[in-house]
Design a binder for this molecule. Structure first.
Ligand code: ZN
Length: 475
């Protein structure tokens, strides 16, 4: 049986999730559902990154413990499961015992490449990362718009430099496939400039004693990236060497990470080097999406320029919300959200094109008491082969474009045939043909809009009944 592992990056939990993370979660979910429908044994993993110093700092300000804060915020991310109809199989939290044990086990496996040294460097608290002098203009972090701080301390280091040639070889041979392709060039260029060993621990005083202890040295906490990346293993119960871990990491050549473009360095340089050091298999594909802007401007809470997924689901429903992020946003590029565009897509593509088509066909079929007996069509035969190629090359927007073209074609057929002017016996064959096409569309839509797709499929089967409007007029 074919297998696939799909993961999202695990977000920091210092705030409630906005649509930026919702985009990634929906993309990953569409892929997971797609592979399940194709019959793959699928594991979809997500979770939360909770050991950041930021959390300890913020909890202190709020007068609560860091654990209380992350418990509260992690729940908000977990709640996306219901809100956005996500089908993840596990939600790994980096403060869980399972993750802590796994992160420490992983550290031990990399021991030959770990050493201690005095270090001073330029640090961004927002990124929780050290940067090179001159890496950014004026040493200001472009992601957080804050000057990098000079930090001096004794830390453990990971000998990344030892893996420079091996990593270049991996990308030359295409052992890890990156979509879009141009990201690979960025990565290779970065490696060619020369890789430096990086700090993988911090003195516990600087972390407010928050984080995972370095095995054998409780005066140090594991640096957040060296701990967080390991979630891809611990989420499969790596510490217990479970069957799931063996099946989906060790014996699976279809491990797909979905990440944002800001964390390429960690996923395409640090993570493979860490796995090489530990003697473990590499991921096979990394799909990189862009950033989401709001009305073409950077989303920022301080500017009041943020949209939360709850608002969209309440106004447009889960199906339409998912549709927007999968269809309007080019999967591997930057995208924009605006209410104007959302309203536009909702009323044109969803309500007028798809919703109307379904109600026009089913209303007549119901009047004529049509009962259908379609042969079961396997998911792999619903659409032309380009559809499957698009999804598997992380072009979800193009897969949906194909479905939309089909819907448009069926609408044209309806207008041309005008079955409402005909007698029931004259239009029976035509309506049955339309119902069969709609049944296939309903099934093909299920990775993207699971409930809407199922409703469409069901409403074309057996005794045709009146269907409630799928995309009701907006309030
Ligand atoms: Zn930063």
């Amino acid at each position: 049986m074919k297998k696939v592992l799909i993961t999202t990056a695990i977000p920091y939990v210092n705030d409630r999730p906005h649509i930026g993370f919702a985009l990634e979660a929906i993309q990953a979910d569409a892929l997971a559902r797609y592979f399940r429908l194709l019959g793959y044994k699928t594991f979809f993993l997500t979770g939360t990154d909770e050991n950041a110093i930021k959390n300890a700092k913020k909890a202190k300000e709020l007068g609560m413990t860091a654990q209380e804060l992350v418990d509260k915020n992690a729940q908000r991310f977990f709640n996306l499961k219901t809100l956005l109809n996500l089908s993840f199989d596990n939600f790994i939290r980096t403060t869980s015992t399972q993750h802590i044990k796994g992160a420490q086990k992983f550290w031990e496996l990399c021991k030959k490449d770990i050493y201690k040294k005095k270090y001073s460097g330029l640090y961004c608290v927002g990124c929780e990362s050290f940067y090179k002098d001159g890496e950014f203009e004026n040493n200001v972090c472009p992601y957080h718009n804050k000057p990098l701080e000079k930090v001096e301390e004794e830390n453990y280091f990971f000998a990344l430099s030892r893996y420079q040639n091996k990593l270049l070889e991996i990308y030359e041979k295409g052992e890890i496939k990156i979509v879009p392709e141009f990201r690979k060039k960025e990565v290779v260029k970065f490696i060619e400039k020369g890789l430096e060993d990086f700090s993988i621990s911090r003195p516990k005083e600087r972390t407010y004693n928050w984080g995972i202890d370095v095995p054998g040295d409780p005066s140090q906490k594991i640096y957040v990236w060296f701990d967080a990346l390991v979630n891809y293993l611990t989420g499969l119960s790596f510490s217990e060497d479970s069957k799931t871990y063996q099946e989906f990491w060790l014996e699976n050549n279809n491990k797909i990470h979905i990440i944002g473009k800001d964390i390429i360095k960690f996923h395409l340089i640090y993570w493979p080097a860490m796995l090489l050091s530990a003697g473990l298999p590499l991921p096979n594909k990394v799909f990189v999406h862009g950033f989401l802007t709001l009305n073409k401007k950077k989303m920022s809470k301080t500017l009041g320029n943020v949209v939360y997924p709850e608002e969209l689901v309440e106004k447009y429903g889960i199906g339409a919300t998912r549709y927007y992020f999968l269809r309007e946003v080019v999967s591997w590029d930057d995208g924009d959200f605006s209410y104007e565009r959302m309203n536009d897509i909702y009323s044109s593509e969803l309500s007028n094109e798809l919703g109307n088509l379904i109600s026009r066909v089913t209303n007549l079929a119901q009047k004529d008491r049509i009962k259908t007996h379609f042969p079961e069509v396997p998911f792999k035969d619903l659409m032309p082969k380009e559809f499957y190629q698009h999804v598997e090359s992380f072009e979800l927007h193009l897969a949906l474009e194909l479905i939309r073209e089909k819907i448009k074609k069926l609408n044209k057929m309806m207008d041309k045939e005008a079955p409402w002017r005909k007698k029931p016996e004259e239009r029976k064959d035509f309506l049955e043909e339309m119902l069969f096409e709609l049944y296939k569309i309903g099934k093909a839509l299920q990775p993207f809009m699971p409930e809407t797709g199922k409703t469409i499929e069901q409403s074309c089967l057996d005794q045709i009944k009146k269907v409630k409007p799928l995309f009701p007029r907006l309030k």
